[in-house]
Ligand binder design. Structure first.
Ligand code: IPM
Ligand code: MG
Length: 361
C-alpha cells in the first residue's frame, strides 16, 4: 500500500517522540511491504516563530491532501505570555476544527507490567479497559467568548452544543461500544448546565432509537472523576463534552501510570484516498517543556498513536497489532523510560525505547 502521512512534530518533546513513531511506521513499511511517504510541516509555537501564525495555510493544505496526520505536541513557556494574540494552542484547535475532527478516541488500556507505575492499587486497576470519546470541535473550547483584554475585569467562554453535534459524536461512541462490552457512559453536568441537559436528552433519544442493544448510563462529571479512580474497571465507553473529556483523560492517564502511555485518534467525516477517515493521531500528553530536548521523553504514546493511524486511517489492523505487540513486548522485556520506571529499574532514553520497539516489529 502507498500512503502519504503528514507529521506535525510541533514543540517541546513533540519532535523527539514523533521521530520514534515515524521510525516505527518505517519498520512496519519494510516488514509488510508498504510505502509510506512522510511530509513534515509546522504547527504551534515553531510555526509562530517561522511564519507568525500557529497554523500556516501550507500546513493545513498538506493535511487536507494527506491520508493521515501524526502530531507531536504544541506549546511551551516561550509562547505563554497571557496577553499574546497568537498562541500555539490555537494551531492545534484550529487544525482539529478545520479538518472537522469531532470525535477524539482516547483508549485507556493498561499494560500488566506497568500496574505498579500507577499511584493506584493494582487491584483497583485490574481489568481496566476504557475508551473515552471526547467531543473535539464544540463546547467550551469553541463557543462565543470575550477576552478580558489587558485592563478588562470581565471575560467569558460559552459551552454551546447543537443536536447534530451531540448526535454525531454519541454515534461514534455507541458504534465503538458495539464492538466492545456494549456499555456507554455519557458524562455531563445536567444538574447545572443547560447544554448538558440538551446533551443528556439528545443522547437518550438517539440511543433508544439507533442503539437499543447498548446499555446507556448518564453520570455527572464530578462523580465520573471520582468513579474513574474508585472503580475504573466498571467503565467501557465514555462519551463526553470537549473540556470534560480533556480533564477526565488526563486523570485516566494516571490509571496507565504515565501521560507518556496514552495515544489518541481524532476522526471526522472526511475520508482519504483509501476511503477511510483522514484522521489526526496524537499522544494525549503535552509538549513537556521541562524535559524537552533531553532525549528522555517516553515515545510510547506517540508510537501507539501511530498504531491507531494504521488501524483507522489505513485499514491495516494486522500492522497496528504488530506495533502494539512490539510495545507490549518491550515493556515485558523490562525497557523503561524515566516516567514509568520503578526505583532500581534501568532507565533508557527516547531513542533507545524507539529502537527497542522497531527491533521487535
Ligand atoms: C489535549 C491538550 C490540548 C487540549 C491543549 C494542548 C490545547 O490538553 O489534547 O488534551 O486541551 O485539547
Ligand atoms: Mg489535555
Amino acid at each position: 500500500m502507498y500512503a502519504k502521512i503528514v507529521i506535525l512534530a510541533g514543540d517541546g518533546i513533540g519532535p523527539e517522540v514523533t521521530a520514534e513513531a515515524q521510525k516505527a511506521l518505517e519498520a512496519i513499511g519494510r516488514k509488510f511491504g508498504h510505502h509510506f511517504e512522510f511530509e513534515h510541516h509546522l504547527l504551534g509555537g515553531c510555526a509562530i516563530d517561522a511564519t507568525g501564525t500557529p497554523l500556516p495555510d501550507e500546513t493545513l493544505a498538506a493535511c487536507q491532501h494527506a491520508d493521515a496526520i501524526l502530531l507531536g505536541a504544541v506549546g511551551g513557556p516561550k509562547w505563554d505570555d497571557p496577553t499574546a494574540k497568537v498562541r500555539p494552542e490555537q494551531g492545534l484547535l484550529g487544525i482539529r476544527k478545520a479538518l472537522g475532527l469531532f470525535a477524539n478516541l482516547r483508549p485507556v488500556k493498561l499494560f500488566p507490567e506497568l500496574l505498579h507505575a500507577s499511584t493506584l492499587r493494582p487491584e483497583v486497576l485490574d481489568g481496566v479497559d476504557i475508551l473515552v470519546v471526547r467531543e473535539l470541535t464544540g463546547g467550551l473550547y469553541f463557543g462565543p467568548r470575550q477576552e478580558a483584554g489587558p485592563d478588562g475585569d470581565q471575560a467569558y467562554d460559552t459551552m454551546l452544543y447543537t443536536r447534530p453535534e451531540i448526535e454525531r459524536v454519541v454515534r461514534v461512541a455507541a458504534q465503538a461500544a458495539r464492538g466492545r462490552r456494549k456499555r456507554l457512559t455519557s458524562v455531563d453536568k445536567a444538574n447545572v448546565l443547560a447544554s448538558s441537559r440538551l446533551w443528556r436528552r439528545v443522547t437518550s433519544e438517539l440511543m433508544a432509537r439507533e442503539f437499543p442493544d447498548i446499555e446507556l448510563e448518564h453520570v455527572l462529571v464530578d462523580a465520573a472523576a471520582m468513579y474513574l479512580i474508585r472503580r475504573p474497571a466498571s467503565f467501557d465507553v465514555i462519551v463526553t463534552e470537549n473540556m470534560f473529556g480533556d480533564i477526565l483523560t488526563d486523570e485516566a492517564a494516571m490509571l496507565a501510570g504515565s501521560m507518556g502511555m496514552l495515544p489518541s485518534a481524532s476522526l471526522g467525516e472526511a475520508t482519504n484516498a483509501l476511503g477511510l477517515p483522514r484522521g489526526l493521531y496524537e499522544p494525549i500528553h503535552g509538549s513537556a517543556p521541562d524535559i524537552a530536548g533531553r532525549g528522555v521523553a517516553n515515545p510510547l504514546a506517540a508510537i501507539l498513536s501511530a498504531a491507531m493511524l494504521l488501524r483507522h486511517s489505513l485499514g491495516l489492523e494486522r500492522e497496528a497489532r504488530a506495533v502494539e505487540n512490539a510495545v507490549a513486548t518491550v515493556l515485558a522485556d523490562g525497557y523503561r523510560t524515566v516516567d514509568i520506571a520503578q526505583p532500581g529499574e534501568r532507565v533508557i532514553g527516547t531513542a533507545e525505547m524507539g529502537a527497542a520497539v522497531c527491533e521487535r516489529i
